[in-house]
Write a protein that binds this ligand. Structure first.
Ligand code: IMP
Ligand code: MG
Length: 188
């Protein structure tokens, strides 16, 4: 069996199974970076990341983008410690860069109900960017009201609660390098 570097993480045993290994994620992120570099060649690109779950994805994605770009972060929270959304999104930190006339690519870890993205999209579009697109690492296959097309999707996943690669359950599991499904008994 291949050595799994995440197996030594103290919380690894809380996963019921792995959805994507470090290698699979690295490969997908590299391909996303190449595509984004081609699509935005010669343009002023600004990546906007939604805290906190998206920072691991951002850190890898920006290093696989080969064109000059800047980034900023926006704080948004809809989960109040559980595994399902409250539907209420709180902006905890606004962006600092001037986004007017720039090409914004919103970088998000996971699209679930879409509540977070719809609030953040509204807020950013007020700044009148030249273009606005979304890049999401994980897209949960579930019905939702959020209809804005996602230009770049890493992986489609089943409607299950996942952790790792920046994603948390009660602020833990972010430092697991793979993405896996959390055992239901951990949160039940
Ligand atoms: P939405 O507003 O329902 O689309 O949820 C978006 C936010 O909820 C994401 O940015 C995550 O921070 C969090 N979230 C949604 N699904 C999961 C999950 O399966 N695991 C961990 N966090 C999640
Ligand atoms: Mg998040």
């Amino acid at each position: 069996m291949q050595h799994n570097p995440d197996a030594s993480n103290e919380l690894f045993g809380d996963l019921s199974h792995i959805l994507f290994t470090r290698e699979q994620i690295a490969d997908r992120v590299a391909r996303l970076g190449r595509q984004i570099s081609e699509d935005y060649a010669g343009q002023q690109l600004v990546l906007i990341n939604i805290l906190k779950g998206g920072i691991v994805f951002l850190a890898d994605l920006m290093r696989s983008i080969t064109i000059p770009h800047s980034f900023d972060v926006i704080g948004a929270s809809s989960y109040r410690g559980g595994t399902s959304t409250t539907g209420k999104v709180i902006i905890t930190k606004d962006v600092e860069l001037d986004l007017r006339g720039r090409n914004i690519l919103l970088v998000e870890d996971i699209l679930d109900t879409g509540h977070t993205l719809s609030v953040v999209c509204e807020l950013l579009k007020i700044q009148e960017p030249a273009s606005f697109e979304i890049c999401c690492l994980l897209n949960k296959k579930r019905p939702r009201n959020f209809k804005t097309p996602i230009k770049y999707v890493g992986f489609d996943i089943p409607d299950e609660f996942v952790v790792g690669y920046g994603l948390d359950y009660r602020e833990r599991y972010r430092n697991i390098g793979c993405v896996g499904v959390l055992k239901p008994e951990v949160y039940q």
